[in-house]
Design a protein around this ligand. Structure first.
Ligand SMILES: [Zn+2]
Length: 447
């Protein structure tokens, strides 16, 4: 392949030149360089075309993706193609990953390696989600990004742990390596990464498409929530030689989900899969059922796989059902006691939590200082899972008096303790009382 050197200029298809400033990383398809273009820093992905089946078709597909534009701002999308070098080599420019985002691989490893500029030695820095809410927000955003992509009629084809960057404070997600994305049904040679590929691809029966993306998506979500491999249990561990043939077996024709209710041959092994064993106990049944379906019926029947919109709804519910108690216990409501149909109780300290009922769903939101709901929850058409619409706060002047602050940009119509309705403007709040009703403009909530 044609390597680029620092200072080298690369011509872009629609004019101008990018100057190579450094190397960001390299992978199977080529190298990513840091470049200067029009006074800004960009990433240039530069291909090893000798590894491509049909470079011209691959390039045309990128060109089409550039003109279609990204499905949303959750993608580090190709922006500009370069001109071909005399030997036919080419690349494309994309925006740089912001500093505040970590790679999915580092998140799964729980650390990143950073080279200390003073000693030149690599040091481990911890990478962890700030809290449970940020982690669940990340899975919501991953599901949503693939929903947006599939709705645009395209498939990602190579969904794996190298495909995401995540902000561990907010749960914001950036999908990277968008160059294999193609119209559903088209494929330019990519197969996928072992462990993430749908069984029918492993077995050579199908090529990547929207249906196989759904399988890979379930694997990614499982890995983030349960910190383990959904198909690696006792059966796989016992198989001492993990050859290619064995891999074909355990991830293809004979794949068995570690928590398949009807097949116990591949359960997680204590001492090896402790994360999966611990977290499987913690999650509510509706989450576990969705993974069971994806990895049992969905193993062989792509139509049984959970669709992105369904994942999105399940995870929005999961985030709503987190309680952070003042005693320090933070967990899902399924790990708290239910005092009655509308009240939860902390099993550690006895604190009780009232709940808010929303008109657009059949579960209730527990109320505690700092509990939040988001734009997507008060507007069914919103794909904004990060912006806080309302937050439970304590009145600064009257400690112990709780209220909900309107953090959204529109005013709410709220029933106050005098029984009358008032407008609560953005930035203002309303007290929590037994007869509270809030109209967000379509969606309503009440105690
Ligand atoms: Zn407590």
């Amino acid at each position: 392949m044609t390597e680029l050197s620092i200072g080298q200029e690369v011509e872009l298809e629609y004019g101008g030149k990018a100057t190579v400033a450094g190397v960001i990383g390299s992978g199977g398809q080529g190298t990513v360089y840091l470049v200067d273009y029009n006074g800004m820093k960009w990433a240039l992905k530069w291909y090893d075309i000798s590894k491509m089946k049909d470079p011209a078709a691959f390039k045309n597909n990128i060109k089409k993706n550039i003109s279609d534009g990204a499905p949303s701002n959750k993608f580090l999308w190709p922006r500009y193609l370069t001109k071909d070098m005399p030997d036919g080599t080419f690349g494309y420019l994309m925006e740089l990953k912001p500093e505040s985002f970590d790679s999915f691989v580092d998140i799964l490893n729980t650390y990143r390696l950073r080279v200390d500029p003073l000693t030149g030695r690599a040091v481990k820095e911890p990478v962890r989600f700030t809290d449970l809410k940020a982690m669940v927000t990340a899975v919501i955003n991953i599901a949503n990004a693939f929903r947006q992509l599939h709705r645009a009629g395209k498939s990602y084809q190579d969904l794996n742990d190298g495909g995401f960057f995540i902000n561990v404070d907010t749960g914001a997600v950036l999908v990277c390596d968008c160059d294999n994305i193609a119209p559903d049904g088209a494929n330019f040679g990519i197969g996928g990464k072992p462990g993430y590929m749908a069984p029918e691809i492993v077995r050579g029966l199908a090529k990547p498409d929207v249906q196989t993306d759904k399988y890979s998506l379930a694997v990614v979500l499982f890995k983030l929530l349960f910190r383990g491999d959904p198909m690696e249990g006792e059966k796989v561990i016992k198989d001492v030689c993990l050859t290619e043939a064995a891999e074909l077996k355990h991830y293809g024709a004979e794949a068995v989900f570690v928590y398949d209710p009807d097949n116990t041959t591949n359960r997680p092994v204590r001492g090896i899969h402790d994360n999966v064993i611990k977290f499987w106990r913690m999650y509510p049944d509706y989450i576990k059922d969705a993974f069971i379906q994806s990895f049992t019926a969905g193993l062989t029947d792509p139509n049984k796989r959970i669709i992105e919109n369904e994942w999105q709804k399940l995870f929005v519910r999961l985030r709503t059902e987190i309680i952070s108690c003042t005693c320090g216990r933070t967990n899902f409501t399924s790990m708290f006691e239910k005092q009655d149909s509308t009240t939860y109780r902390c099993p550690k300290c006895g604190m009780t939590f009232a709940t808010l009922e929303f008109s657009n769903r059949d579960y209730r939101m527990p109320l505690y200082i700092g509990s939040k709901f988001y734009e997507c929850e008060i507007d069914d058409n919103s794909d904004d899972f990060i912006s806080v619409a309302g937050e439970l706060v304590e009145n600064k002047l009257k400690p112990g008096v709780l209220g909900i602050r309107n953090c959204s940009e529109r005013s709410w119509n709220v029933k106050m303790p005098d029984g009358k309705y008032y407008d609560v403007l953005p930035g203002k709040g309303c007290p929590i009382w037994q007869g509270l009703e809030i109209d967000f403009g379509g969606v309503t909530a009440k105690i």
